[in-house]
Each structure stands twice: as C-alpha cells, then as structure tokens.
Design a protein around this ligand. Structure first.
Ligand code: AMP
Ligand code: GLY
Length: 425
C-alpha cells in the first residue's frame, strides 16, 4: 500500500517508524515531515492545512491511505475533505474531532452522559467569568475553549493568577479566537495518566497507559508545554484503575459520540487525573499524543497499518492488540526559551553517537546544507527501552547526554514518579 502521513513532529516520526515495519506498506510519504522523518519516508512539501494540496498529492500518487496525525487539520475537517474526494483517510471526521476542538462541547457531553470530570462553568464574557472565579476561589483552572497548542490551560494557585489568566485569554486574546469562551474548572489532585485508545465508532481497543510531563522544569515547575517526556508502563498505577477508567470514561464517551451522531473513528486520547474518588477526565484529544506516541508505539507488536485499516472498515472488534512487556521512556530535548520564544537553526551534534538500541524521534529539526539543525521548541525525543522503567530511563538519559545543541534543555526527572511510587529512586 501507498501511505501518506500528515504532520511534522516527533509523534509523526514515531508513526512513520511503526508503519515502516509493516510488510504491507510499499511506499511511505509524510507531509510535510521533518529532518528525521526524511530518513524513513519521502517528505512532501505540503503543509497540514493545505487541504487541496494534500488531496491533489494523494490522487496524483495513488495513495491508498492518508493518516492525519495532528489536531489542527482534524478539527478543521481534513478527513471529511479527503473522503469527499474518495481518498481513504484515518482519523476522526470534523464532527467528532470537536471533542478536542471545543472544551465547552466536551464538558457538556460529559455532563449529559455522566462521565466523570472536574466540576466546571463555561463563560462567554469576561465579567461573568471573573465573578465565577471570585466565587469559587483558588486554586482553580482556567481553559481557553479552542485549540492553543497545549498552552491554553492555566492552573492558578492564587486568585491573582486566575484573574490575570482571564484577562490574558478573554481580553488580550493571547490565544486568539480560542479565548472567546473559557471553561473554569475545579482543581483536581492526583496522578495523571494518558489513556489512548483505538476506536472505530463502537469498539474501543485501549493502548498501554503512559504518563506525560507537561511542565517545562523538574518537579513539575514552570509553565505548561506540549510535553517534556513520557514513559510507559505505569508500574505505580494498579491495572484495576486503568480498567475503571476504560469502563467509566473511555467506553461511555465512545458510546456517547455514537448517540450524538458523531461516531469517533481514530485515536481517542483521554487525559485523566486519578483522584481519590476515582479517575476523572481532564481533557480529550482526537489524536495520538505527543510525546506519548513515542513510548506507546515502540511497545506495540500488532501491525499499525492493520489497526488503521480495521478502523476505517469498522472491523476493530475482529482485531486483538498485542503489546510488549518492555518499558519505554522518552526524554524531550527542547530549545532554550521554550515554551516561550526560542532560536532556530542551531546545529545539532552527536546524533551519530546514539546507540542503535535507542530511538531518536525528531520533533523540530531541519536539514540545512547537510547539517541537522534545530527548527522548533521541542527538538528531539530520545527513547530508551528496557526490562523495566529504571533501565529504560537510564538508557534514555545516557543516549540523550550524547546529543547537544546550544542551550539544550531537558528535564532530569522523567519517570521519577513511577520509580518513587515503586520505591526506587
Ligand atoms: P490540558 O491541556 O487540558 O491537558 O491541561 C494541561 C495540564 O493542566 C494537565 O495535564 C494538568 O496537569 C493540568 N490540569 C488541567 N485541568 C486540571 C484540573 N481540573 N485540575 C488540576 N490540574 C489540571
Ligand atoms: N502530550 C500531550 C498531548 O499530546 O496533548
């Protein structure tokens, strides 16, 4: 088959890497791709939101399947566009991708179907939002309604911080139109878990759970990012809790989407808080997580293309998934200044010294005059595998330390929560 993956990050590099292993994949393309993806697939200079460019390329090149990985094109309806042109596409249609595109939609859906989540209010005016925040008090969580590159959520510890966030989102519009409406949520405490599932409408096939590290600095300090590192499995979280989340959150949500006339086909990502009162939903995404995918796909033993094809043919119920017991840890190497402003074009050294057992997924790189250079906030994801989290973590850090670019920053405590939970430092 001839397969085209849409996207340009570490997640897409991991997807391309997994698809490359499928004997059924004869030609692999990625639009637009990046410096790392180019070593596995032919990169096509068409951007994710250039719908006409993507469908034209797919038709001209007899593409059998387009896999749409990022949120923006999914929410904007790329899958619908491709299907209208008769091109098979993997990912939710626009009316289902709204589960990520609008936090208000999703909170209302969860309320209607009694799916566990934080208590909330949603507001379209600054004055009403401010009154609610003052009534609830801090800590409190403020979320811009629409997409904001993973940065539209402010966990305010004080009323002052909450009011500042409201002003920035609703009056100064730092996230643009995404801030026309806000969701204000109860602050939840507990361990976080990313639980992704393959869904074909009714059938839910959960992936192995993983945990992300959203804040930029060690000990969960500093502003939120797209994700600074991940690991899987989660040895400190009982399997019964994962099962509870599947039964009380993921399956009811897939069913709710079918009942709403918005069947979800693709990867449903549940961001969960494991509270004392059980798992509660923080967010849903309509796609693979980044960098969760970088630790999940190395553990997948089933052919990823078979899963995509079963999904679009509504046959996921016939496919059992198989996962390896190995652990995987991903450490993100970021540019100095991220998630704020950062330089680009800095030469990256040491990539050639990384052991072949480790994987380096490129997130924001480009090749300039034959040299791999930085080209984004998150630059590389170094994945170590091992018999357990400690071994995988040690391998990931040993390999990460071989790579360098000016101002490189990474967290040194990825997976520490799992090791502490299991009594290991
Ligand atoms: P989100 O983009 O919705 O995943 O939120 C980003 C991060 O903010 C999450 O990973 C949590 O760490 C935190 N967060 C979001 N909602 C809540 C909440 N209701 N209570 C506590 N922390 C939250
Ligand atoms: N790692 C968080 C996300 O993909 O949204």
């Amino acid at each position: 088959m001839r397969v085209l993956v849409i996207g340009r990050g570490g997640r897409e590099h991991a997807i391309v890497w997994a698809l490359k292993k499928s004997p059924k994949v004869k030609e692999l393309y990625c639009a637009p791709g990046n410096g790392g993806i180019a070593t596995l697939a032919e990169c096509v200079p068409v951007s994710e939101l250039d719908f006409e460019g993507i469908s034209r390329f797919a038709l001209d090149n007899s593409i059998d399947l387009v896999m749409v990985a990022p949120d923006d094109p999914l929410v904007a309806g790329l899958v619908d566009h491709l299907e209208e042109k008769g091109i098979p596409a993997y990912g939710p249609r626009k009316n289902a991708a709204i589960i990520e595109g609008s936090k208000v939609f999703t909170k209302d859906l969860m309320r209607k179907y009694s799916i566990p989540t934080a208590a909330y209010g949603s507001f379209e005016t600054y004055e009403e939002a401010l009154a609610y925040v003052r009534e609830q008090g801090a800590p409190i969580v403020i979320k811009a309604d629409g997409l904001a590159a993973g940065k539209g959520v402010i966990v305010a510890q004080t009323l002052e911080e909450a009011e500042k966030a409201l002003r920035e989102i609703m009056l100064d519009k730092v996230f643009g139109e995404s801030g026309n409406c806000v969701v204000i949520e109860e602050f939840l405490t507990g361990q976080e878990m990313s639980l992704l599932s393959f869904v074909d409408g009714t059938t839910v096939r959960p992936m192995v759970p993983s945990q992300d590290h959203k804040q930029v600095f060690d000990n969960d300090k500093g502003p939120n990012t797209g994700g600074m590192g991940t690991y899987s499995p989660l040895p400190h979280i009982p399997e019964s809790v994962v099962q509870e989340a599947i039964e009380t959150i993921v399956k009811p949500t897939a069913e709710a989407m079918v009942k709403e006339g918005r069947p979800f086909r693709g990867v449903l990502y549940a961001g969960l808080m494991l509270t004392e009162k059980g798992p509660k939903t923080i967010e849903f995404n309509a796609r693979f997580g980044d960098p969760e995918t970088q630790v999940i796909l190395p553990r997948l033993e089933t052919d990823l293309l078979d899963i995509f094809l079963a999904t679009i043919n509504g046959r996921l119920a016939d496919l059992e998934l198989s996962w390896s017991d190995e652990a995987a840890v991903c450490v993100i190497l970021a540019s100095k200044g991220y998630p704020g402003t950062y330089p680009k074009g800095l030469p990256i050294t040491g990539l050639e010294n990384v052991s072949s057992d480790a994987m380096v997924f490129h997130a924001g790189t480009a090749v300039q005059d034959g040299v791999t250079v930085t080209n984004g906030g998150r630059v590389l994801g170094v994945v170590g595998k091992g018999k357990d989290i400690a071994e995988a973590r040690d391998r990931a850090y040993a390999e990460a330390s071989k790579i360098s670019f000016d101002g490189v920053h990474y967290r040194t405590d990825i997976a520490a929560k799992a090791l502490k939970g299991a009594g290991i430092q």
